[in-house]
Design a protein around this ligand. Structure first.
Ligand code: MOS
Length: 741
C-alpha cells in the first residue's frame, strides 16, 4: 500500500544538495562553454541623493590592472525602459541622480577583485540638489496602484450614517493611535547576482539569476536589451531567499547581459552587500493612523485607517496597508480607509513579505489591543466579538475560515488564561513578563493567470514533475514532488521535480503566497493528462497487452494500469512497448469561484516577552502561532514558513530600522553591520500549529497559501506583550530598549 506524502513532515527533496554545497546559486554557475572566460562586473553607486553628474573621471579605473571596460553615462550600454513597470529611467543612460545608491557606473574586469579595486578609482563630480526626504513636509498623494487595483480610498457607511466622523462620534469608546514603521529590507541571504551568457551570434541569452518569477526576469531583460522575449532564458533552480526582493527584474541582469553582448564574453555581476540595500527595493516607511469606535461591550461601530507610505520617485511598489487588513479583518458597519503616498528621493521600493498586510496588521492589531484595554475586554474575546463572516461592505463569504478556532486553540496551547490584564503584574526577578496576541491574515487566492505543469512517466517507474515556478527556500521543489506523488499514487522517492527554468512550462509566480494553491490544480491536471496518454498508448500500441481494448476498460491506480484481469506498472508498460517515457503538460486556472468568494489564510499569534526592569531590554521568550491555511501539503515546510514569518515579525518589532538621513538622503543602516535582523539568540522555540482543514473551494486538495501569513500580525503580538509587561505602548517600530527605559 502506498502512503501519500501529503500533509506529512517531508524533508526537502533538495535538502542534501543544499547542505552539501552542490546546489548552485546564481553566482556559482560556471560558463556553459568551459573554454570561455568569465568577465566580472562591479557596480559603482551614487553618493548623493539628487542632482546630476557633471563629470566622471574613469581614466584611472580604465587603466587599472585587468580592467576590460568601464561603463557609465559617458559610455552607455543602451538599456531601454520597461514602461509597463512604471519605470522612468534606465541606469547609465543619463546623468541624472535620483537617489543615493543609484547605479552610476559599472567596471568589467578579468577578476572580481580587479573590478572592485578599479571601481574605487572612479571619481564623480555632482551638481547636487537638496533631496526631498522630509516625510512630514512633502504632500500626500493617493496611493493608486496599477490598473485593476482597488481604489486607495473607500468609505462604507451604515444606512443613516453621515460620515465616518459621525460614526466615530456616536461610538461609546474611541481609540485613536498613530503608528510609525521605518524602512525595512528583505536582506535575502543570497546577494543579488547574475551570470549572463550569450550564444555566439547573440540570438540567445541565458541568465543565471535568482528570481521569484523566472519568466518576468527573462522578459524584463529582453525588453531592456531590445531582444524578443523568446531570446532570453532564465535559470534559477535555487534561490537564497526572495521575500519580494526578487519580484522586480532589477537592472543587474540587463547590465551584465548588455556588457556580455558588447564584450563577447559571459559576464558575472554580484552586488556588494551594501549595494543590495539600494539597487534592490526596500519596504517603504509608513505612518498609519487607526481610529476604532466601539460599544462598551467592544463591538466595533467604526474603523478608520489612514496611511502615509513613502514612495520613491523611481517607483515600483505602491504600499496599501489597509486593503488586506482593516478592509477585511473585522465586522464593522462603518469603515473608512485612505491610503496615501509621500514622494521622496529614495531608492526603489518593492513588495516585502506581507507587503501591505504586515505593516497594516501592526497598526490595526495594536489598536485592537488598545481597544481591549479601553473596554476591559480580553483581547481574544474582543476579536471574537467582532468576527467577520463577510468582508465589510460586501456579501462575499470566505471560501473557508476557521480563524475563531485559531484563536481558541492558540490560546489553549499558549496558556493564555494565565495572562493578567493589568500591565506590570507579573515580575520574575529583574524581568517584567507580559503576554500579547494578534491576528494574522493574508490573501490565500490562486493567481488568475494560467499555470502549467508537465508530468513525465519514465520506464523505470519514476516520474518527473516540471514547472517554471521558483523555490525561494519555501519548499516549492518538494511541493511539486509531493503533489505529483500524491496524484500519481506512488511513493515520494519515485518522483523527481524540477523548476526555476523558463525552458520549462510556465508555472506559478512565487509571489503573494500563491504558488502552492495555484500549482496544485495544474499538477492534478497534468497527472490526469499523462494517465490518459498512457492509457491511449496501452490500447493502441501493438506491443501492449491491452492492444485493441477500449480505454474505458482500463483504470489507473497507484502507478498501475489495470483492466481485463491484468495489471502492469506504468514503467513496465513503457518498457514493454519500447518507450522511454510518456509525458503531458496541462494548464490550470481558477474558475468562476474566484469571484464568488474571498480567499484568505488566517492565524492567531500569542507571544510572551520579558522586559528587563533596569535596562529595558526586551526578549521574546515564547511564541505560539495557529494558522488556518486549508489543507497542509508538507507539514514540516508549512510550519517552517510560518516560523520564518514570525521571526520576520520579531525582527520588525524589535530590531529592523534603516533611518533616512534628511540632509543627505542616505539610508543610514544600509549594510549588514548596521541593519539588525534577528539571530538565533533572539528567537525562542516557536510553537506553530496548522489546523489542516481543507478549503472546499480553492482547489481539489483544499490547499491555500502559507508563505507570508506568519509575518502578518507577529510584530503587533510582540508589542502587545511588551505593553502587558511594562504598561508602555510603543507605536514606533522597532521597539528598542531606549524607548522602554
Ligand atoms: Mo511576496 S512580498 O508577494 O514576494
Amino acid at each position: 500500500m502506498t502512503v501519500s506524502p501529503l500533509g506529512r513532515d517531508i524533508d526537502r527533496v533538495d535538502g542534501r544538495a543544499k547542505v552539501t554545497g552542490t546546489a548552485r546559486y546564481s553566482a556559482d554557475y560556471p560558463p556553459s562553454d568551459p573554454t570561455s572566460k568569465v568577465a566580472y562586473a562591479h557596480l559603482v553607486t551614487s553618493t548623493v541623493a539628487r542632482g546630476s553628474i557633471s563629470a566622471m573621471d574613469t581614466m584611472a579605473a580604465q587603466n587599472a590592472p585587468g580592467v576590460i571596460r568601464v561603463y557609465s553615462p559617458f559610455n552607455k550600454l543602451g538599456l531601454r525602459l520597461v514602461p509597463d513597470a512604471g519605470e522612468n529611467y534606465a541606469p547609465l543612460e543619463d546623468t541624472q541622480v535620483r537617489f543615493r545608491g543609484q547605479i552610476i557606473a559599472m567596471v568589467v574586469a578579468e577578476s572580481s577583485r580587479q573590478a572592485r579595486e578599479a571601481a574605487k578609482l572612479i571619481t564623480t563630480t555632482y551638481d547636487e540638489l537638496p533631496p526631498r526626504t522630509s516625510f512630514a513636509g512633502e504632500p500626500r498623494v493617493p496611493a493608486a496602484g496599477p490598473p485593476g487595483h482597488p481604489p486607495p480610498s473607500a468609505t462604507v457607511l451604515a444606512p443613516g450614517v453621515a460620515s465616518i466622523e459621525a460614526a466615530l462620534a456616536a461610538s461609546d469608546v474611541v481609540v485613536e493611535a498613530t503608528f510609525h514603521q521605518p524602512i525595512q529590507h528583505a536582506v535575502a541571504m543570497e546577494p543579488h547576482a547574475v551570470l549572463a551568457e550569450w550564444n555566439s551570434d547573440h540570438t540567445q541569452l541565458t541568465l543565471y539569476s535568482g528570481a521569484q518569477l523566472p519568466h518576468i526576469t527573462a522578459l524584463g531583460a529582453a525588453i531592456r536589451l531590445g531582444v524578443p522575449p523568446t531570446a532570453v532564458r532564465a535559470i534559477t533552480p535555487y534561490v537564497g531567499g526572495g521575500f519580494g526582493s526578487r519580484v522586480i527584474p532589477w537592472y543587474d541582469a540587463a547590465l551584465a547581459a548588455a556588457a556580455a553582448r558588447q564584450l563577447h564574453r559571459p559576464v558575472r555581476l554580484v552586488l556588494a552587500r551594501e549595494q543590495v540595500f539600494t539597487v534592490v527595493g526596500h519596504r517603504s516607511m509608513v505612518d498609519q493612523t487607526i481610529r476604532l469606535g466601539a460599544s462598551r461591550a467592544g463591538v466595533l461601530h467604526a474603523v478608520s485607517h489612514v496611511s502615509d507610505a513613502s514612495m520613491p520617485f523611481v517607483g515600483y511598489w505602491p504600499m496599501r496597508p489597509a486593503v488586506d487588513t482593516s478592509a477585511v479583518l473585522y465586522k464593522t458597519p462603518n469603515l473608512h480607509f485612505d491610503e496615501r503616498h509621500v514622494m521622496l528621493d529614495l531608492p526603489p521600493a518593492c513588495a516585502m513579505r506581507g507587503p501591505n498586510e504586515a505593516p497594516g496588521a501592526f497598526a490595526l492589531e495594536t489598536a485592537m489591543d488598545e481597544l481591549a484595554v479601553a473596554t476591559g475586554i480580553d483581547p481574544v474575546e474582543l476579536r471574537l466579538r467582532n468576527y467577520a463572516t463577510v468582508a465589510p461592505g460586501t456579501d462575499l463569504r470566505w471560501s473557508s475560515k476557521h480563524l475563531d478556532d485559531c484563536y481558541r486553540i492558540g490560546a489553549r496551547r499558549f496558556g493564555w488564561s494565565a495572562r493578567r490584564a493589568e500591565p506590570r503584574s507579573r515580575v520574575d526577578g529583574q524581568w517584567l513578563v507580559g503576554m500579547g496576541m494578534a491576528t494574522a491574515i493574508y490573501p490565500g487566492r490562486r493567481i488568475s493567470d494560467p499555470v502549467q505543469v508537465r508530468v513525465r512517466l519514465l520506464d523505470d517507474d519514476t516520474a518527473l514533475v516540471s514547472s517554471a515556478t521558483a523555490d525561494l527556500g519555501t519548499g516549492a521543489t518538494t511541493l511539486l514532488a509531493i503533489t505529483g506523488a500524491h496524484e500519481l499514487g506512488v511513493p515520494l522517492r519515485r518522483v523527481r521535480s524540477e523548476l526555476g527554468d523558463t525552458a520549462l512550462p510556465q508555472g506559478a509566480p512565487a509571489v503573494g503566497s500563491m504558488a502552492t494553491a495555484s500549482t496544485v490544480p495544474a499538477v492534478e491536471a497534468a497527472v490526469h493528462a499523462v494517465v490518459a496518454e498512457l492509457t491511449r498508448l496501452a490500447v493502441t500500441d501493438p506491443r501492449s497487452p491491452w492492444h485493441g481494448a477500449d480505454s474505458e476498460e482500463l483504470t489507473y491506480e497507484k502507478g498501475q494500469l489495470r483492466g481485463k484481469g491484468r495489471s502492469m506498472s506504468f514503467g513496465r508498460l513503457l518498457t514493454t512497448i519500447g518507450r522511454r517515457n510518456v509525458e503531458a503538460t496541462a494548464t490550470a486556472q481558477p474558475g468562476p469561484e474566484a469571484n464568488q468568494y474571498k480567499f484568505h489564510s488566517f492565524g492567531a499569534h500569542f507571544c510572551e516577552v520579558r522586559v528587563n526592569r533596569y535596562t529595558g531590554e526586551p526578549r521574546v521568550t515564547r511564541f505560539t502561532t495557529v494558522v488556518d491555511i486549508g489543507r497542509v501539503v508538507n507539514a514540516q515546510a508549512a510550519r517552517s514558513q510560518i516560523a520564518g514569518g514570525v521571526i520576520f515579525g520579531i525582527g520588525h518589532a524589535l530590531l529592523e530600522d534603516d533611518p533616512l538621513e534628511l540632509d543627505t538622503g542616505r539610508l543610514a543602516a544600509g549594510n549588514m553591520a548596521d541593519y539588525m535582523v534577528p539571530v538565533n539568540a533572539d528567537i525562542p522555540a516557536l510553537d506553530v500549529h496548522c489546523l489542516d482543514r481543507p478549503d472546499p473551494v480553492i482547489n481539489s486538495l483544499g490547499a491555500r497559501g502559507v508563505g507570508e501569513l506568519g509575518t502578518v500580525g507577529s510584530a503587533a503580538a510582540v508589542g502587545n506583550a511588551i505593553y502587558n509587561a511594562t504598561g508602555k505602548r510603543i507605536r514606533s517600530l522597532p521597539i528598542t530598549l531606549d524607548k522602554l527605559l
